[in-house]
Design a protein around this ligand. Structure first.
Ligand SMILES: C[S@@+](CC[C@H](N)C(=O)[O-])C[C@H]1O[C@@H](n2cnc3c(N)ncnc32)[C@H](O)[C@@H]1O
Length: 226
C-alpha cells in the first residue's frame, strides 16, 4: 500500500494535518535534545518505519553521528533518498530495506530507536517492539509517535468527523488509492493508545515510561528506556 501511495504521501501528510505533523516530529527532536544534551554528536539513531524519512530529517538537525532508516517499502525510501540528497544529508542518513519484526542490525547498536506513525502498521506489534528493544543499547531511549484517541469535548467529536469524513475523501481523491485513507482512521480507532500502549511497553521490560499527549490527544509521543 505504501509503495502505491509514496509519490503523494508527503503532500497528503502535510495537507491533511495542516502541517501539524511537523510540530509533532519536532517534539521528538526536543525530547532527544533534553535527554542527550551533552552527547548529541555521538548518537547512533534508528528510525524504524522511516517511510520518506521526515522524522530522520527532523532529527538530523541535532547533528548526531548517524541515523539509519529502515522500512519495508522501497518506494517510500526512494522519495526519502531524493529529499536527503537535496538537503545535503546523504552522509548523515542512510536507508535500508527491512522489517520491524526482523531488524537488520546487531543487538545494542543504537542509543535511540524511534518510529513515527509506524507501529500501528506492524504485522506483529509485540515482536516489532521487542526487536526495537533488542537493537537499543542499555540505557537507550525509545520514542514512539503515534495517532491516539482524543478524549475531551470538542476535540473528540471534531476529530471523529474529520478522520471518518474528510481524510478518506481527500485521501482517495489525491492518492487515487481506494483503501489507504480509510485504513488510516480504522487502524487508529482499534490501535491501543495511552495507558494501554504504555502497558505493552512495560511488559517488554522497558522502564521510565512516559506519554506526552499532543494536540488534544490526536497524537501521543511515548518515551521508554531499556
Ligand atoms: C505512515 S508511514 C510513516 C512514515 C514516516 N515514519 C513518517 O513519519 O512519515 C508508515 C511506514 O511504515 C512502514 N511499515 C509498515 N509496516 C512495517 C514493518 N513491519 N516494518 C517496517 N516498516 C513498516 C510503511 O512501509 C510506511 O513507510
Amino acid at each position: 500500500m505504501f509503495d502505491e501511495i509514496s509519490p503523494r504521501y508527503d503532500f497528503l501528510n502535510h495537507f491533511l494535518s495542516f502541517g501539524i505533523d511537523h510540530i509533532w516530529r519536532r517534539r521528538v527532536v526536543s525530547e532527544i535534545r533534553k535527554r542527550f544534551r551533552e552527547q548529541l554528536s555521538s548518537l547512533q539513531i534508528l528510525d524504524m518505519a522511516t517511510g520518506t524519512g521526515d522524522l530522520a530529517i527532523a532529527v538530523a538537525r541535532l547533528h548526531p553521528a548517524h541515523i539509519d532508516g529502515v522500512d519495508i517499502s522501497k518506494s517510500m525510501m526512494e522519495v526519502g533518498k531524493r529529499k536527503i540528497l537535496s538537503k545535503g544529508l546523504g552522509n548523515v542518513i542512510s536507508f535500508h530495506e527491512g522489517e520491524a519484526e526482523k531488524i537488520p542490525f546487531e543487538e545494542n547498536s543504537f542509543d535511540i530507536v524511534m518510529v513515527a506513525f509506524g507501529v500501528r502498521n506492524f504485522e506483529e506489534l509485540k515482536s516489532g517492539l521487542q526487536e526495537m528493544k533488542r537493537v537499543m543499547t542499555p540505557g537507550g531511549l525509545m520514542l514512539i509517535l503515534e495517532f491516539s484517541h482524543p478524549a475531551g469535548f470538542p476535540m473528540k467529536q471534531l476529530y471523529s468527523f474529520y478522520s471518518k469524513g474528510i481524510i478518506p475523501l481527500f485521501g482517495r481523491l489525491i492518492s487515487r488509492h481506494k483503501q489507504a485513507y480509510t485504513y488510516l482512521p480504522e487502524t487508529v480507532a482499534t490501535f491501543p493508545s495511552g495507558d494501554a500502549f504504555l502497558s505493552i511497553l512495560g511488559k517488554l521490560g522497558l522502564r521510565k515510561l512516559r506519554q506526552i499527549r499532543l494536540s488534544g490527544g490526536i497524537a501521543t509521543l511515548y518515551c521508554a528506556e531499556k
